[in-house]
Design a protein around this ligand. Structure first.
Ligand code: B16
Ligand code: MG
Length: 212
């Protein structure tokens, strides 16, 4: 008996991965590290600190904790400069309709994003007030693929895990939804999110009837 939807932000509601890529790429160039668009795909849904670990690889030993922190801040500054130009035109096709349909059906709705910028992004998109709860990169200690952020969001909207559907575009996000014992719905290609309970190519293709 499904009573609510827990929705990822980056990749389901809006597409910020290009902005993350530009931020990481500039940082990587400054540090003399190679970083391609393909490398960036590995960072989908992954926390900021884990992303930097992946980007640095073996070179991580060359940096102190302070330098690591400074690089995270530097990348975030680059990333945030893109957010200034964001508005409701940056909603992915089908996102507005999806939120409206969930609401019309009287179901609960929460955001569960790994991003520490999630509230700012939601404000820019002008949809902050749509949700019954917002869980972000500040809400829990252990990031996706740990189930913590989804369990936290479910608690906030007063639902049991088995009453929740998760919409996710990242491999780590589907892993987290499965670990949380929720219904896992992938948004994206088979090789990335095909291990959930349902999969749709894009947000515009999500068929609520089928899931419910
Ligand atoms: P920040 P999601 C994730 O958001 C992004 O997909 C991922 O690429 C990013 O590294 C992560 O947020 C952390 O973002 O640096 O803004 O804290 O897909 O979980 O909504
Ligand atoms: Mg995502």
């Amino acid at each position: 008996n499904i009573k609510g939807f827990i929705i990822d932000l980056d990749g389901v509601i809006t597409e910020t991965s290009e902005y993350h890529f530009q931020g990481w790429k500039r940082l990587a160039e400054e540090e003399g590290i190679e970083f391609t668009r393909e490398d960036n795909e590995q960072l989908r849904g992954v926390s900021r600190s884990r992303s930097l670990e992946i980007l640095l690889g073996d070179k991580i030993d060359d940096y102190s904790d302070e330098e690591f922190q400074e690089m995270m801040d530097r990348k975030n500054g680059y990333y945030q400069s893109f957010l200034d130009d964001m508005d409701d035109d940056d909603l992915l096709p089908g996102a507005r309709e999806l939120l409206d349909e969930i609401k019309e059906r009287g179901l609960k709705m929460a955001i569960a994003s790994s991003s520490r910028n999630a509230k700012r992004v939601l404000n820019s998109l002008d949809i902050s007030d749509e949700f019954d709860a917002i869980a972000d990169g500040h809400s829990v200690e252990d990031a996706k693929p740990a189930p913590d952020i989804f369990l936290h969001a479910a608690k906030e909207i007063g639902l049991k895990p088995e009453e929740c559907v998760v919409l996710e575009d990242a491999e780590s996000g589907i892993d987290a939804a499965i670990a949380a014992e929720m219904i896992a719905v992938g948004v994206g290609p088979e090789e990335r999110v095909g291990h959930g309970d349902y999969r749709f190519d894009s947000t515009a293709d999500i068929d609520l009837e089928k899931i419910l």
